[in-house]
Design a protein around this ligand. Structure first.
Ligand SMILES: [Zn+2]
Length: 355
């Protein structure tokens, strides 16, 4: 994540603060020290800091367990809305996912429990204000623990539910069911929110969208998991030459009805040109050579690349097709439509298999 600063590393996991978080926390301390708002005291500022420490501990717990399973951890970033753990994809193994997901909420419940015990034991020695602060801290941790246990993506509870279901059915079905349960929970949350607390409606929207996104990602990555570019690429590629004019190329496009063409010179890929590019050329300049208008900054794939990776490439660069190059020669082409067609077919097979 951009604009974040590393503060320390623990178990080899870098913990970073995002600039927005830094600004927020500095602001809180300034308000507390200058006594601008009567109820924001230094104790409040410390309390808020400690709550964020709990959030970091929650993320650290996830990362620590994940690391023990050999999953690479990029870092933990702390934002004003909470913490984010950036790690490699968790393997589709319910037992591992269950433990990784559980670690976070359990750590909050543990912190809450331990602090409550400390509070009870030290009641006679601390002031009423400190007692109230510790009470509040315990309350927030218990709340964080239980809130994250709600059985809905993107909360940890959603993953726990999926892991539980995945022991009994395939991973896609388990995700689908868990996502549906999460969506229904979101609808109930929104309804409750209308009567009691509007903030709950926002959370409901977040949960609903999170459930949908999780299902889509899992479906995509599972269906495309073992597919390689070479298995789906079109090998008879229609190309144009750099010496072709815009007019000639448009003629070819109308005839063959393809929207994009690689430009090759003696089998070597040197550019790509799309109908969209050509449509922008004014009528009077239709004799311009393709060489002068083609895109030379190319995104390419190789036949051994996974289809998932290619799809991400297409989305990231917002392009419709990618030429496939092997040993410097153009050997095929894959379009986004090709990948969605493969996806539809595989999904269809999956449905049929169930019946
Ligand atoms: Zn968590």
């Amino acid at each position: 994540m951009k604009y974040s600063f590393k503060i320390f590393s623990i178990f080899g996991i870098p913990v970073e603060l995002h600039i927005s978080f830094l600004v927020l926390i500095v602001l809180i301390y300034i308000i507390a020290l200058l006594n601008v708002v009567s109820y924001v005291t230094l104790l409040t500022a410390v309390l808020i800091t400690l709550i964020f420490v709990s959030v970091v501990l929650h993320e650290l717990a996830h990362c620590y367990v994940a690391k023990r399973y050999g999953i690479g951890i990029e870092r933990i970033v702390l934002l004003p809305i909470g913490g984010i753990s950036e790690m490699e994809e968790i393997p589709k193994d319910p037992k591992k996912e269950l433990r990784i997901a559980l670690a976070g909420p359990v750590s909050n419940l543990l912190i809450g429990g331990i602090c409550y015990l400390i509070l009870i034991l030290s009641l006679a020695y601390i002031s009423k204000t400190i007692q109230a602060a510790i009470y509040y801290f315990v309350f927030v941790n218990i709340l964080l623990g239980f809130f994250n246990l709600l059985p809905a993506f993107p909360m940890d509870g959603g993953r726990i539910l999926r892991a539980f279901l995945a022991e009994r059915m395939n991973f896609i079905d388990a995700t689908k069911l868990a996502a549906n349960i999460g969506k229904q929970l979101a609808i109930i949350m929104a309804l409750v929110g209308i009567f009691f607390n509007f903030l709950l409606i926002l959370v409901a929207v977040y949960v609903y969208l999170g459930a949908q996104a999780e299902y889509q990602t899992v479906l995509l990555s599972t269906l495309l998991e073992n597919e390689k570019v070479k298995d789906v690429m079109t090998t008879t590629v229609h190309t144009v030459k750099p010496s072709n004019t815009v007019k000639e190329t448009l003629k070819i496009m109308f005839k063959e009805k393809h929207m994009g063409y690689p430009v090759t010179d003696d089998g070597h890929l040197i550019g790509i040109v799309t109908f969209h590019d050509l449509s922008k050329i004014p009528e009077a300049e239709k004799d311009t050579l393709i060489n002068d208008i083609m895109t030379k900054d190319l995104v390419v794939s190789d036949p051994e690349e996974s289809l998932m990776e290619t799809l991400e490439k297409l989305n990231r660069n917002r392009i419709g097709r990618v030429p496939i190059v092997w040993e410097n020669r153009l050997v095929g082409i894959v379009s986004k439509t090709d990948i969605t067609t493969v996806l539809d077919m595989k999904q269809n097979l999956l449905e049929k298999k169930k019946k």
